[in-house]
Design a protein around this ligand. Structure first.
Ligand code: GLU
Length: 442
């Protein structure tokens, strides 16, 4: 079984999404179950409805799962197992006061040593108490494990001290996670969790859980400045990427090939999950940090859009008053703008600008007199010219306009934009819609 284990403490970022996709793909590859576990044990940091947001995104990315678990539902089990470990002498109550531990920390600071908890401190301040609200696991053991991406990773005994597994009857993150991971065969997550892994391995060992689980810790993702992508990089937010009109499939495909050239060689850049399962293996991912390339993601999106049937974009015309014209009449125009668009959002903007009101078009044009003259001609002489050459000659001879005095207002009149596609192409796609354009008021 594999799992994606998001915390409902913030918005999903591309690192989380990448972990979700990889767990999903590996579950399919290994013919195992894929579950979602909402890690809501940090009661103070949980944000209302973040779990719903995450589940909605998983749906948008078509990451279907076999089961959904809320970690806090397992609290009774976590408590029971903590007490079992105490009975077996593998865990113990720690009666140290905050002040005592702080004085030990201060001592370590003065001696310039890393602070390590010593088991012999546990009962120094016990008095006649029978229990404490802190339970620790006896640790102090070297741990090594094989990471499928990074190779052998080891921690010496001195690096891990007897750490807290229960505080005030609530399991710590590592304790809850290890127990809930009992059935997992493969754990795929960001490399920021590497430091948790030895603790989780020790907890599982103490509980007698099977040891043949594989780990893959995904390298960090770097931005343009070679710094770790963070909240400050808008593109790290999955919601932001979607708000830019990127298709989930394009985002997913990019994340799948990022740092994984073997998949790109085998499947190219456009594929669906099923067709990539054979070529994909999380173990083949480069162990170097991945460089996030937004332009490449956009290009994949663009290529993906071009492969879709034009009819699938007709809905974008819904917000435009077509005065009874048929959607199919806009096929050429949509095709033309599609060539200029990285995303559906951009395509929509091109269409909306084109059918913007005459008043707003005039407003944005620096050559207002010329704009009015061209408009006047179009209104009185609504004859459709077959070729752009004829149309242009007609305008320039009857109005005595040429160069930018002609082209700038004309482009704005036609497209509602000061720059863009060559006017002849624009004209050809719009010539039978001239009345719609010149009579278009808001
Ligand atoms: N809840 C953790 C996170 O969101 C995931 C930990 C894990 O996959 O083990 O980073």
């Amino acid at each position: 079984m594999l799992r994606f284990a998001p915390s409902p403490t913030g918005d999903m970022h591309i690192g989380n999404l990448r972990a979700a996709i990889f767990n999903f793909l590996m579950a399919k590859k290994l013919h195992q179950k894929f579950i979602i576990r909402i890690e809501d044990t940090d009661l103070e940091r949980n944000i209302d409805n973040k779990d719903k947001d995450i589940l909605d995104l998983l749906k948008a990315f078509r990451l279907s799962y076999d089961d959904l678990i809320y970690q806090s539902d397992n609290f009774p089990l976590h408590r029971e197992l903590a007490h079992k470990l105490i009975k077996e002498g593998k865990a113990f109550y720690c009666y140290c006061s905050k002040e005592f531990l702080e004085s030990k920390r201060e001592e370590a600071r003065i001696q310039k040593k890393a602070f390590r908890y010593k088991d012999e401190w546990a009962e120094l301040e016990k008095g006649d108490r029978q229990t404490s609200n802190i339970i620790r696991l006896h640790a102090n053991k070297a741990v090594r494990f094989k990471d499928e991406i990074k190779g052998e990773i080891s921690f010496s005994a001195g690096e891990i001290d007897s750490f807290v597994i229960m505080r005030n009857d609530v399991p710590t993150y590592n304790f809850a996670c290890s127990i809930d991971d009992k059935e997992m065969s493969y754990i795929i997550r960001g490399e920021d969790h590497i430091s948790n892994t030895p603790k989780q391995i020790l907890i599982k060992e103490a509980l007698g859980f099977g040891a043949n689980v594989k780990y893959a810790h995904l390298p960090i993702i770097l931005n343009d400045e070679n710094k770790k992508m963070s909240k400050r990089d808008a593109a790290s937010s999955v919601k932001w990427l979607i708000s830019q009109g990127l298709e989930p499939q394009a985002i997913a495909n990019y994340l799948i090939i990022m740092g994984n050239s073997s998949v790109e060689r085998a499947c190219g850049e456009l594929f669906d999950y099923n067709s990539v399962i054979d070529a994909f293996d999380v173990a083949n991912i480069s162990s170097n940090p991945a460089h996030f390339d937004y332009k490449k993601m956009l290009q994949i999106n663009r290529d993906l859009l071009r492969k879709k049937p034009i009819e699938s974009f007709y809905y974008l015309l819904d917000s435009i008053n077509l005065n009874g014209a048929k959607e199919a009449d806009f096929k050429d125009l949509i095709t033309l703008y599609l060539g200029e668009s990285n995303s559906v959002a951009e395509l929509k903007t091109h269409l909306e600008n084109t059918f913007n009101s005459i008043e707003s078009k005039r407003e944005m044009c620096e050559f207002k007199d010329e704009f009015d003259k061209i408009l006047g001609i179009l209104k009185t002489d609504s004859k459709n010219f077959e070729s752009y050459e004829d149309f242009k000659n007609h305008l320039s001879t009857s109005l005595n306009l040429k160069g930018k005095n002609l082209f700038k207002p004309l482009r704005i009149l036609l497209s509602g934009q000061p720059h863009g596609i060559e006017i002849d192409k624009l004209y050809n796609a719009l010539k039978d819609k001239m009345q719609l354009i010149i009579n278009h008021h808001k």
